[in-house]
Design a protein around this ligand. Structure first.
Ligand SMILES: Cc1ncc(COP(=O)(O)O)c(C=O)c1O
Length: 393
């Protein structure tokens, strides 16, 4: 049996896989088992922010001579180092990191921390969003999940985009009942096709959260570490969240790791009295990968963000000049790019054709095409990728 046949027989999946057997990654390219090269505009959905197999990061990881494993109840130098790094790079006030294996767990920790801190049980999130696959994370995600787990979900109010002044007033009305533990969203919502809230939306929401004792949770699992042109998407709105969820770009794909970082005040209210035990949360090898990745990002931050900005402007210019078969809405912030074309078959067709021609894209919604190229992608590759996209329209 070949790889695909064995996969079909032995691997459980949530959806039909794309016809691509990955053999190798390099920079902003993926190679299949026949040696064909694909330009990666997907980057594992906001995972590979700095590109794949960067020699400097690979070298740091290979240097690892640390312990095979450290049990959560001990001290470990790598944990202290990474936690200190996160406190330094994340927005003001966020100090204390809790250890997670990935984004879902980071969100779970945030929800539990918010309930524990506020002694409230309800949440507000964005309709259609995605925060992970656990029951808790699905409770605050798209209402479509309700058809599967009707009786298990806890109470969550969903705000339907556009995220403008009107939507913010609705959030404020809900908050005024003083029974909402946390407002949680991606600051720029990649999972619904790069929804970019109005400035006034967050102005009202953040102020109302403070007024009514609700925590503001920023899920930066996808947007964190440069994706939207700033280190964190919160920076676009000068947001100061009480809790931030991190994963994906935290290791850039070089390891499997997540983190929930929060203010001292929130952490203090339940630390040592609540269990976030995770056997593999911050496994030493993944910690080494995350530290190497963040250090690389920080060292090259100015260059990477400047390139992301230049590339974003180029992509927007190209997308605005091409002809989609149906009316298209283009949304972009940094290198989080969404194109909404209200025809599911058309979007699916573009993705499949692009794959055949050597370009990796993604969809969400399912009428939204999304692109997340690496922050350091060069203009020549970008141009080639967009040429392919144009051929597929
Ligand atoms: C915004 C957001 N939060 C949480 C998650 C869940 O992360 P993970 O797949 O690492 O569990 C995702 C995954 O796509 C995400 O995009």
């Amino acid at each position: 049996m070949n790889t695909v046949q064995k996969d079909e027989k032995y691997l459980g999946r949530g959806g039909t896989p794309r016809p691509l057997v990955v053999k190798k990654t390099d920079g902003f390219y993926v190679y299949d088992d026949k040696g064909k090269r694909y330009i990666d505009f997907f980057m594992g959905w906001c995972v590979g922010e700095v590109g794949w197999n960067i020699p400097e990061i690979d070298k740091e990881i290979r240097k690892f001579k640390g312990p095979t494993y450290v049990a959560p109840s001990y001290y470990y130098e790598g944990w202290s180092q990474l936690a200190e790094l996160l406190a330094k790079v994340t927005p003001k006030g966020l100090v204390k990191s809790f250890r997670a294996t990935g984004g879902t767990e980071a969100v779970e920790i945030a929800l539990q921390a918010a309930m524990s801190h506020t002694k409230r049980q309800k949440f507000i999130s964005i309709e259609g969003s995605y925060h992970g696959h656990s029951i808790g994370a699905m409770s605050i995600g798209s209402s479509d999940f309700r058809s599967w787990y009707k009786n298990l979900l806890f109470h969550c109010n969903k705000i339907t985009p556009p995220l403008n002044e009107q939507a913010a007033v609705k959030v404020e009305q809900l908050l005024s009942k003083r029974d909402i533990a946390a407002y949680i969203s991606e600051p720029i919502v990649c999972n619904i096709g790069v929804e970019i809230p109005d400035k006034i939306y967050y102005g009202i929401v953040q102020k109302a959260c403070k007024k009514y004792g609700t925590l503001f949770v920023a899920d930066e699992v996808a947007t964190g570490f440069g994706r939207t042109g700033k280190m964190f998407a919160c920076e676009h709105y000068s947001l100061e969240p009480d809790i931030m969820c991190l994963a994906k770009g935290l290791s850039g794909g070089y390891g499997a790791i997540g983190a929930t970082i929060m203010t001292e005040e929130v952490a203090k209210s339940f630390e040592f009295s609540f269990s976030f035990y995770s056997t593999f949360g911050w496994h030493p090898l993944n910690v080494q990968a995350a530290i190497a990745n963040i250090k690389y990002l920080l060292k090259n931050k100015k260059k990477l963000l400047a390139n992301a900005d230049k590339s974003s402007r180029y992509i927007q210019k190209r997308l605005n000049s091409v002809k989609f078969r149906y009316p298209a809405t283009i949304r972009a912030k940094g290198l989080a790019i969404g194109v909404e074309v209200k025809n599911e078959r058309y979007v699916k067709g573009i993705i499949l054709k692009a794959l055949q021609k050597g370009l990796l894209l993604a969809d969400t919604g399912p009428t939204k095409l999304v692109m997340f190229p690496a922050l350091d992608i060069d203009l020549k590759t970008l141009k080639k990728g967009l040429d392919i996209l144009e051929e597929c329209l």
